[in-house]
Design a protein around this ligand. Structure first.
Ligand SMILES: Nc1ncnc2c1ncn2[C@@H]1O[C@H](COP(=O)(O)OP(=O)(O)OP(=O)(O)O)[C@@H](O)[C@H]1O
Ligand SMILES: [Mg+2]
Length: 494
């Protein structure tokens, strides 16, 4: 059998498979006729899906060392679109990025053994990283900054809300970082581990170490002491204490080991650099948005890519662009939420989907291969909610009465628990740490906010509790008190 690394590379998208070395494109196993130039252009586009390839680069690729008119490129792009069965105005495979070039917008599964599409390597090799996601949208800057952060600090935590894309980014960073450390990058999946005492064992197992049960941690440290490697501890939040203790010990004992963690809250240990992963950018809602403009924003680009992966006949009509932008905004730019919505796009159409978002906790439709906590948006929030203390849960659901931003004072009035005020402030700080409440600087103060999806989830929890009316009353009193204070200022100002 041909070893994996000697197999010809191929790119699969929709019903097509492109094999550049054999100059072959097949659709559902039937060969598609394509000119040589169009073939080269298509290859250049699918090699880097989602990236704008300039007209010059495409011309150079198809007509090396020749001076040709841009019109030739246009003709070949039109031929390609025809061969791929694209309808006029639809955005199935090749998007024109006006004034810049072209971009391949469909998800591509690549079988080339390049760094960005490597399969899992055996334990005896230099890494056990899962394959990086093909067609990752946006995040180039995050990946670069985290990579740089790991060069200067030995421990970095990617922190963010559930489904934001932390694991996706961590794997992409580790792929790039593996070449920089002589003992490679190693991935430890903690999400599936329930027992905190099992953290050292999970790391040892990922490294392929066989250790007798009594001495796992000592053996692990012995193994790591002389290594130059990157350890990725993925999904630490439910074992946060154990992961923190273990990471601190490794940092102290193994000077050549760097640790990259993903977690919904920081580990809070010495030397930890925290990188908060922001939502994917979505287009602003104002203005007349064209379909092409959706591709300039990662959130909407992800929506389109996933909707097309689910149903290759999916395409956007004129007037759909603002609706898709609104869906992505209302889902707070959270990758998982956008994927779940996109999976339903063909079934409902984007307009109906937008109205269904009000019942967003029924947003289901995760793929079978996804973990349990990614099957529905509720499951993602349940995972975080179940890790909260009883008081943190109370504060979170009470905060759901605020429709927008709120101050610390307001939070204390409305969400104060039966404990003392300092405890409520502490609980609020914990909710910020755990990526359930956002804190934004506003002048000298800080304002707080629940993302739309978090708020809807917390509102549901409030409705299920026996204190919904009481909390709403507190909120109304707070508004009235605020008005009176405002009137007082107004009188003073006269
Ligand atoms: N930049 C991206 N481009 C394309 N898909 C993405 C991107 N980021 C995330 N996704 C997809 O969104 C889903 C959630 O991503 P991921 O598992 O990385 O989130 P997470 O923040 O690690 O979630 P959790 O807190 O539950 O572990 C996955 O299906 C992933 O493939
Ligand atoms: Mg994760």
């Amino acid at each position: 059998m041909t070893p994996f690394f000697e197999q010809p590379r191929s790119f699969a998208f929709g019903p097509f498979v492109l094999n550049p070395e054999q100059q072959m494109l097949v659709e559902d196993e039937a060969p598609v006729t394509l000119g040589g130039r169009a073939f080269d252009i298509l290859t250049a586009l699918v090699e880097r899906p989602g990236v704008v390839i300039s007209k010059n680069e495409l011309i150079e690729r198809a007509w090396p060392n020749l001076v040709v008119e841009e019109a030739n490129l246009k003709v070949n792009i039109a031929a390609l679109r025809r061969a791929l069965g694209e309808k006029a105005g639809s955005l199935q495979y090749i998007a024109t990025v006006i004034g810049r070039g072209y971009r391949f917008v469909a998800p591509v599964r690549s079988s080339q053994p390049t760094p960005s599409s490597r399969k899992s390597r055996p334990f005896s090799g230099q890494s056990n990283l899962p394959p990086a996601l093909a067609g990752i949208v946006g995040r180039a800057q995050d990946i670069e900054q985290i990579h740089k952060g790991l060069e200067t600090d030995r421990m970095l935590s990617i922190v963010g809300a559930g489904g934001m894309g932390k694991t996706t980014v961590a794997v992409a960073v580790a792929e790039g970082f593996a070449a920089r450390v002589s003992d490679g990058a190693w991935f430890v999946d903690l999400a599936s581990l329930d027992d905190p005492a099992g953290v050292p064992g999970a790391i040892a197992k990922a490294l392929g170490l066989e250790t007798p049960p009594g001495t796992v941690f000592a053996d692990l440290l012995d193994h790591l002491r002389s290594r130059d490697m990157l350890l990725v501890l993925d999904n630490c939040e439910h074992l946060i204490e154990a992961a923190a203790t273990c990471a601190a010990e490794i940092l102290a004992e193994a000077p050549g080991v760097r640790i990259l963690t993903t977690s919904r809250e920081p580990l809070r240990i010495n030397g930890e650099r925290v990188y908060r992963l922001a939502p994917l950018d979505a287009p602003p809602l104002e203005g007349r948005l064209q379909t092409d403009a959706l591709l300039a924003f990662p959130a909407t680009q992800l929506f389109i890519a996933r909707a097309m992966a689910r149903n290759r006949m999916f395409h956007l009509q004129d007037g759909d662009a603002p609706v898709v932008a609104e869906i992505c905004q209302r889902l707070d730019g959270v990758a998982l939420a956008i994927e779940l919505a996109a999976n339903r796009a063909s079934a409902f159409g984007v307009h109906e989907l937008r109205s269904l978002l009000d019942g967003r906790f029924r947003l289901t439709g995760g793929l079978r291969s996804w973990p349990e906590r990614h099957q529905t948006l509720t499951a993602t929030f349940d995972w975080s909610y179940n890790l909260l203390s009883a008081d943190e849960r109370i504060v979170l659901r009470r905060l759901s009465v605020f429709p927008g931003t709120f101050s610390l004072d307001a939070a204390c009035v409305v969400a104060r628990t039966e404990c003392d005020l300092a405890k409520t402030i502490d609980d609020l700080a914990n909710l910020v740490d755990k990526s359930l409440v956002t804190a934004e600087p506003a002048g000298n103060a800080v304002t707080y906010r629940l993302a739309d999806t978090t708020r809807a989830y917390a509102q549901q929890k409030l409705a299920e509790s026996d204190e919904a009316d009481q909390v709403r009353q507190r909120y109304v009193h707070h508004l009235a008190a605020d008005d009176r204070r405002y009137e007082g200022y107004a009188v003073q100002a006269l």
